[in-house]
Each structure stands twice: as C-alpha cells, then as structure tokens.
Design a protein around this ligand. Structure first.
Ligand code: ATP
Ligand code: MN
Length: 461
C-alpha cells in the first residue's frame, strides 16, 4: 500500500495527485454538496483537510458515517485552499473506509482531562497532546544520541539484569525464576544457588558502575536505556520504569562534568526549538504559557553554580516556612530544590559538594573530609533533572568508604580493580529522560510524558 504521510502531503505543491491515510478528527457536512474531513496520522501536529464531493459513489453509504476515530485511505488531488486555516486541501477522488469508530469511541472531540486519558492509554496517542509528546520524545532521543556521537562518545548498553544491589537498597525489583509459592530453602534461608543465575539478581537502577568499566578503556562513553526503581513515591516526577542517559568520562573532573551537563541540556533545548516548532507552539499555548521563550532564554544563558553549603545558607536566610527542616547534613527536599531554582536563581542551578553521609560511596571525597564532589542540576518546575559526580579514583579512600558503608569488598572486587589497575580521575552523570521531556514540554505529570507509565499499583493499560 503506497501512501504519503500527511506531513509530506502538507508540504507538497498544489496540483499533485496523492494517496494518504489516517484517522478522522472531525467531519463537517456542507449544504453545498460536500463534506470536510479533518484527517490526522500523527506524522505532524497539523491535520489535513479532505474535501469529499457528495457525488462520490460511497458518499451516502460510507462517508456520511465517518465518525471521529474512524480510519480511511484517500486518493485525490491537492489543491490550494480558500480557507484560512490551511494552505492546501485534498480533493478526494476515492475514499476507502477501513475501520469505523462507533459512538462509544472514548475520544470525542472535546478536551479530555489528563486523568481520563490515562485510563485510555491505548488510544491517547491519537490526541493532540500525546501525539506531540510522542514526536517530542523521539526528537529528544535523537538529539541525545547526536550530542554524544558528535563528541566521540561511544554508546554502550549496560546490563538490565544486575547483581549489584548497593545503590538502590530497598528500591530494587527482583528477577527470579524460582516459584514464589514454593521457594527452595536451605537452613531456613532461600536457596538462591538454585535460582537461574545462582545468586540474587535485580533490574538495574543505574548503569553507572558498569559504565565506569567501559570509560576506563574507551575514554568517553554513554548509556541510554531503561532503569527500574521500586520506590513507592507517588509523585508527579517518579516512575517505576524510566529511561536514563548516563555518560561517563575518563580524565573529567567535577567542573568538566558540570560543563558537559550544561552544554548537553542547551543542545537539547536548541534541537527541539529547531525541530519541534509546531508541537512546542501547541505546548506553549495549552500547557505552559511562555514555554518557547523560556527554552530560548535557557539555551543562551549560563547555568549558575552553588555549593551545597551556600545553598543551605540561602535556604535558611529565605525564612520560608518549609515543611522539612533546613540543616547542614540533611538532603535537600523537593521543596528546597524548587525554591533554589524557581525563586532564588530563577533558572537552572548546579548544586555541588554535598555532605558525604547523604551521597553514594563512589563519589570523590573532598579534602575537607566531610563533603563529596557531587553535583545535581536543578531546573524550575521539575527540580532535580541530573545527578552526577566525580568518582572516587583512589583505591584506599574508596575501600575505606565501602567498608564504612558495610559493602562487601568481595562483591565489588571488579569495581575496586578499576582503581588498582591504571586508575584515572573520571566523572559522569545521570539524566532522567522523562523528566527532561517534562521540562521541555511543560507537562506537569511524568505519567503524561511516557506512553506506558509504570507506577505503584499500575503496570497495564
Ligand atoms: P530523586 O531524588 O528525584 O528521587 P534520585 O536522586 O533518586 O532522584 P538519581 O539516582 O541521581 O536520582 O538518578 C539520576 C536521575 O534520574 C535523576 O536526576 C532524575 O532525573 C532521574 N530519576 C531518578 N529517579 C527517577 C524516577 N523514579 N522516575 C523518573 N526519573 C527518575
Ligand atoms: Mn540524585
């Protein structure tokens, strides 16, 4: 079946003979003896206006039954349109109805709430918002790969099934082939020796540790893949399954890491401004007023940098009635992050050098002995979008920190080996892909930027 995408039809010159297909958004019948059918195929935001003459043989039997959601193939001639909304319209010579959508089609033309549309996840990609999100996600993914490929980063997939459990204690999904109703036991404990891998394994919460093994050989690498966290946080920024971009760079210190993160985000902003104009216009009008201007400004201005200690002082001086106490040594809560980026800096801010106790064991210890070379990138509306650090490359220091945290040196022998054999300073970060899409679309809830959101209690349609 040869058919042109509506995106291409709309940029074709009048006079061309065209076959196209799609789903009906609306049908309007004019008394002058024809109908107007708005056709959308998701290839672009705009719909194509199809003009159907009442003289077509299946006009009364089929065309007059075309309802919202029905699918059709149309052959016709593209002509310039007298209407204001479009430059061209397709004058149908033949309309082939493929599938009618009866009256109980859930997406009638009025605006639906996002809550309602979540209950129609199998159909919502046909709406303006979710079509735009689908195209935007695709362009952002493309921009991510381009950014790293153009800078000679090597794309390395890190494993989805992993035996490393240090990072997400309590937030891990287990992977097993053991029968849960009939677990094999030995000496009162589960006999994991008899499980598929012979030991407990999990879905990965991050590819970083494995990524380091590759960076210390290939120099600059990145992974971009699915990540799983069983955290029971029912927020507008957490999913149980999300995609993460994790570059890891040999010979990078924290400042280099922060500079790369900033350049990376700006590059994405410029890419979507260049390539997703129509979709962004829609988001700007219906989701977040001023979105395009915001992205344009962000793409040009330097991000601010702030140490955690300075951030604590700023939060204390703000005299804001925060729900969670502000105190050196405690993690920044979402409300604190939002204050810093939305009210204090009024733009993206990179917070560095967090207290050792609240950050992971692999982050490089500062000379003060109580902070580590960590950085979080905070942005308005979302809060933390990137978390990264310079990694501890000194064998003795790393070993001591692992022992302090009760990690098994045996399990992480391979990780320590990287520091025994040709260690170099290195750094990296993790960017949550869906949070990035939230930020560039203005969408409030992360469940609405993923086509198949997985959240506590919800893994289907
Ligand atoms: P948060 O404090 O917001 O829960 P985190 O500190 O646990 O995030 P990291 O472990 O630093 O996050 O992960 C790196 C990035 O992955 C985060 O900056 C964020 O963009 C994204 N991210 C983390 N958890 C989730 C989640 N559950 N759903 C979607 N994105 C996430
Ligand atoms: Mn983090």
């Amino acid at each position: 079946m040869k058919r042109a995408l509506i995106k291409h039809v709309l940029s074709s010159p009048a006079g061309e003979s065209i076959t196209t297909g799609g789903w009906v958004r609306t049908r309007r019948d004019s008394r002058g003896g024809f109908s107007f059918v708005e056709l959308n195929d998701g290839s672009c935001f705009a719909s194509l206006q199809v003009v159907v003459d009442a003289k077509l043989e299946n006009y009364e039997s089929e065309v007059l039954h075309l309802s919202t959601g029905s699918s059709v193939l149309v052959e016709g001639i593209l002509q310039s349109s007298p209407g204001e909304k479009q430059a061209t319209e397709l004058h149908a010579r033949r309309v082939q109805v493929l599938g009618l959508a009866p009256d109980d089609y859930p997406l009638q033309k009025k605006r639906h709430s996002f809550e309602f549309l979540r209950s129609q996840a199998h159909l919502r990609a046909r709406t303006n918002t979710f079509g735009a999100i689908g195209r935007l996600r695709s362009q952002v993914s493309f921009a991510i790969h381009s950014f790293f490929q153009e800078r000679d980063f090597c794309f390395i997939p890190t494993p989805i099934i992993t035996a490393s459990d240090c990072e997400g204690a309590g937030h891990l999904f287990r992977v097993t082939t053991l029968e849960l109703e009939n677990l094999p036991r030995e000496n009162g404990r589960v006999a994991y020796e008899r499980d598929f891998f012979g030991e407990p394994v999990y879905l990965s919460v991050s590819g970083q540790l494995e990524g380091e093994t590759q960076a210390l050989a290939l120099s600059n690498i990145y992974t971009f893949g699915p990540t799983f966290r069983a955290e029971n946080s029912n927020t507008s920024r957490h999913l149980a399954e999300f995609w993460m971009v994790e570059p890891e760079m040999a010979f990078y210190q924290l400042e280099d890491d922060a500079r790369l993160a900033e350049e990376f985000l700006k590059c994405i902003f410029r890419h979507v401004l260049d390539r997703c104009g129509e979709d962004l216009k829609f988001f700007d009008q219906w989701i977040e007023k001023g979105l395009i201007k915001r992205l344009e400004v962000l793409a040009e201005h330097d991000f601010e940098m702030l140490s955690y200690s300075d951030a604590i002082d700023i939060l204390k001086k703000s005299k804001k009635p925060f729900e969670f106490p502000v105190e050196w040594g405690r993690d920044l809560q979402s409300e604190h992050e939002r204050f810093l980026t939305e009210e204090h800096v009024k733009g993206p801010v990179i917070v560095t050098d967090y207290p050792t106790e609240i950050k992971a064991f692999y982050m490089r210890l500062n000379d003060d002995g109580r902070t580590v070379r960590a950085m979080d990138v905070l942005v308005p509306g979302v809060g933390e979008i990137i978390g990264g650090s310079e990694r501890e490359e000194r064998f003795d220091v790393l070993k001591e920190r692992m022992l302090k945290q009760g990690l098994s040196l045996e399990d992480y022998q391979w990780y320590l080996d990287l520091r025994r054999f040709g260690s170099v300073p290195h750094s990296g970060f993790g960017l949550g892909f869906e949070r990035l899409v939230q930020f560039v679309s203005g969408m409030e809830n992360i469940r609405d930027v993923s086509p198949f959101p997985r959240t506590p209690g919800h893994a289907g349609f």
